[in-house]
Design a protein around this ligand. Structure first.
Ligand code: NAD
Length: 516
C-alpha cells in the first residue's frame, strides 16, 4: 500500500502524524487544476501544537544522544525512502501544488541531495574541535562545538512544498534537533506524506520529525510553543507577523522571504543561453518561485536580440495539467489577481507580449498565459512588487553598471543572475549585486549546490539554510576552556600582586603599542 493510500484511509479525520490529536475542526486541500479534494486535514489548535512540541522535546533528547553517526544513518534511511518513492511523492506534489510531474521530480531530487549533504557534513561542521587559546590564556585548552537547540519549528510555503521546507528540516535534524513542521494550508498532504515517510523510515525515533496542519493560527501557535528556533519561509508580510509573535517568547527566527530577482544581460552575453535561462527562471512553476527571475536588464547592445529570442521561446510555452504542459496552474487562485493587476498595469504603461497558446483553451482561469513585459516604468508594480506569476519584465539599459544599479534598487535582495562571457566581470557584478545568491551564466544554480548557503538580504529575510551556515543556523555555539596547568601569577584572582597588571601593561605596550 502506498503512503498516499495509507493516508487516504485516515483523511476523513486526519492524515499522517496528525491523527493523534482529537481536533474536531478540519480543512480540505484541493487540486488547483481541477478543484478535486486531495485530502482533509485537522486544524491543529494551540493545545495540539503544544502536545506535539512536547513529544518532539522528548524525542530531541534521544535524537541528540544518537550522535552524528547515528543521525547520519537514519537520515540516509529517510532519503533512501524518499528516493525509492519519488514518483509517488511527485504525483502528490503534482496533484496538490499543480506543477508538472517532471518538475516535482526535480524538486524532490534537490531535497534528497540536501539530505545527503547535511547528514554527511554535520560532524565536520558542528563537532567539537580545539581552537588556539591565544597569549592571554596560554595555559588553557580551548574547545568549540555547536550544540542543537532542541526543537525547531518550521513553517513552510506551498510553491516548493518538498524542497523549501527540507532546506530547514534536513539541516535542523542533521544538527541534532527534532522538528515540528507546519506546511502551508495549500499543501498539507505533501507535509503529512513527508512526516509519514519519516515514521516509516526511522521508526526508532519517529517523533523527531512531526507535522501539524492548519492555517496561520496553527503557525502562530507553533511560534508561541517555546521551540528553540522558528524557521519561517513565506512572504515578507507574514514574516513580520511571525517575528512579532516569536518576540513574545524571545524565540529566535530564521526568515526566508520573497524576492524580486533580476538578471543582468551584458554586451558580450550568449544571448540565446540568457534568454533560455530567463524564460525558465521566470515561467517554470508558473513563476511561483521565490528565486525566480522577475526582471531582466539587458544592455542596448543585446536588447533587441534578447527580446526577440525570449518572445520566440515564450511562444512555445503552454500552461496545463497534462503531461505535455510546460507549467501548471496558479496554486493559490488569489495570486492570479495580483499577476493580472501587474500585467494590465504594464500594458497601460509599456508593452506586453503574451504567449501564443489560446487562453480560451486553458482548463480554467487559474492557468495564466506567459507574459513578457517590455520597458515598463521602474516605479510600476511589475518592477517593485513580487509578481509570483509567469511574467518577465525586460528593460533596456545603457550598460551593465546601469543594470546593476536598477537591479539593486528594490527592498528585496534574494538572488539574481548575470550573463557575460567575461569571468572577471561576471564575478564582479555577482559580488556587487545586492542579494544573498547570484548565478553567473545560469539561473537558480546556487540552490542545487548543497555546500552553498541560501538566504536573502533586506525584505528577503535573514539567516541561512543549506551548507555549513545552514547547519550552524540550527545550533548554538558552545565555548569551553580547560586549565592545563596553573601559572605562578593568576591575573583573575584577588590574590594577584599589584605589580602583575603593571607587567601586563608593559608587555602589551611592547606587542601592540608599535602599531600606528
Ligand atoms: P505566506 O506568507 O502566505 O505563508 C507561509 C506560511 O505561513 C504558511 O504555512 C501559512 O499558513 C503560515 N502563516 C500565515 N500566517 C501566519 C501567522 N500569523 N503566524 C504563523 N504562520 C503563519 O506565504 P506563501 O504564500 O505560502 O508562500 C509564498 C511566499 O513565500 C512568496 O513570497 C515567496 O517568495 C516566499 N518564499 C520564499 C522562499 C525563500 O527561501 N526565501 C522560498 C519559497 C517561498
Amino acid at each position: 500500500m502506498s503512503l498516499v493510500e495509507q493516508m487516504d484511509t485516515v483523511t476523513d479525520a486526519s492524515a499522517g502524524t496528525v491523527d493523534r490529536h482529537a481536533t474536531t475542526q478540519t480543512f480540505e486541500s484541493t487540486n488547483p487544476a481541477s478543484g478535486a479534494v486531495v485530502g482533509v486535514f485537522p486544524v491543529h489548535d494551540t493545545e495540539a501544537v503544544e502536545e506535539t512540541v512536547a513529544r518532539a522535546r522528548t524525542a530531541a533528547a534521544r535524537w541528540a544522544e544518537l550522535g552524528f553517526d547515528g543521525r547520519r544513518a537514519r537520515l540516509a534511511a529517510y532519503r533512501g525512502y524518499l528516493a525509492r518513492r519519488m514518483n509517488e511523492l511527485a504525483d502528490l506534489v503534482h496533484r496538490e501544488n499543480g506543477k508538472p510531474h517532471a518538475d516535482a521530480i526535480l524538486e524532490i531530487t534537490l531535497a534528497v541531495d540536501h539530505l545527503a549533504w547535511a547528514g554527511a557534513h554535520a560532524r565536520k561542521t558542528l563537532g567539537p574541535r580545539r581552537v588556539k587559546a591565544g597569549m592571554l590564556a596560554a595555559n588553557h585548552a580551548a574547545y568549540l562545538e555547536y550544540q542543537p537547540l532542541g526543537v525547531v519549528g518550521v513553517i513552510g510555503p506551498w510553491n516548493y512544498p518538498v524542497f523549501t521546507p527540507m532546506g530547514s528540516i534536513a539541516y535542523a535534524l542533521a544538527a541534532g534537533n527534532a522538528v515540528v513542521f507546519k506546511p502551508s494550508e495549500y499543501t498539507p498532504a505533501v507535509g503529512a506524506w513527508l512526516a509519514a515517510a519519516w515514521r516509516a523510515a526511522v521508526p526508532d525515533c519517529e517523533d523527531a520529525f512531526q507535522v501539524v496542519t492548519g492555517y496561520g493560527e496553527t503557525g502562530a501557535a507553533l511560534c508561541r510553543a517555546r521551540v528553540g528556533k522558528l524557521a519561517f519561509t513565506g512572504s515578507a508580510p507574514t514574516g513580520r507577523k511571525v517575528m512579532a509573535t516569536c518576540a513574545e517568547t524571545l524565540t529566535p527566527v530564521l526568515m526566508e522571504l520573497g524576492g524580486k530577482d533580476a538578471m543582468i544581460v551584458d554586451d558580450d552575453a550568449d544571448v540565446v543561453a540568457a534568454a533560455d535561462a530567463a524564460v525558465w527562471g521566470a515561467m517554470s512553476n508558473a513563476g511561483q518561485t521565490c528565486i525566480g527571475i522577475e526582471r531582466v536588464y539587458a544592455t542596448s547592445a543585446v536588447y533587441d536580440r534578447f527580446v526577440a529570442e525570449v518572445t520566440e521561446q515564450v511562444r512555445r510555452l503552454r500552461p496545463g495539467s497534462d503531461d505535455e504542459a510546460t507549467y501548471g496552474p496558479m496554486t493559490m487562485a488569489s495570486q492570479g489577481d495580483i499577476v493580472r493587476r501587474h500585467v494590465s498595469d504594464a500594458a497601460a504603461n509599456g508593452r506586453v507580449v503574451r504567449g501564443e497558446a489560446d487562453p480560451n483553451l486553458f482548463p480554467s482561469e487559474n492557468f495564466l498565459a506567459p507574459a513578457v513585459l517590455l520597458d515598463v516604468p521602474e516605479d510600476s508594480p511589475a518592477i517593485q512588487e513580487e509578481t509570483f506569476g509567469p511574467t518577465l519584465a525586460i528593460t533596456k539599459v545603457r550598460d551593465a553598471e546601469e543594470a546593476l544599479e536598477r537591479a539593486n534598487a528594490t527592498s528585496y535582495g534574494l538572488a539574481g543572475s548575470v550573463f557575460t562571457k567575461s569571468k572577471a566581470r561576471g564575478l564582479e557584478l555577482a559580488r556587487r549585486m545586492r542579494s544573498g545568491m547570484t548565478s553567473v551564466n545560469s539561473v537558480l544554480t546556487f540552490a542545487s549546490v548543497p555546500a552553498l548557503p541560501f538566504g536573502g538580504v533586506g525584505e528577503s529575510g535573514f539567516g541561512r539554510i543549506h551548507g555549513e551556515d545552514g547547519l550552524k543556523e540550527f545550533t548554538r555555539a558552545k565555548a569551553i576552556t580547560r586549565q592545563k596547568y596553573a601559572l605562578p601569577v593568576n591575573l583573575m584572582s584577588f590574590s594577584r600582586p599589584a605589580s602583575a597588571t603593571d607587567a601586563v601593561a608593559r608587555v602589551m605596550g611592547m606587542i601592540h603599542g608599535r602599531h600606528r
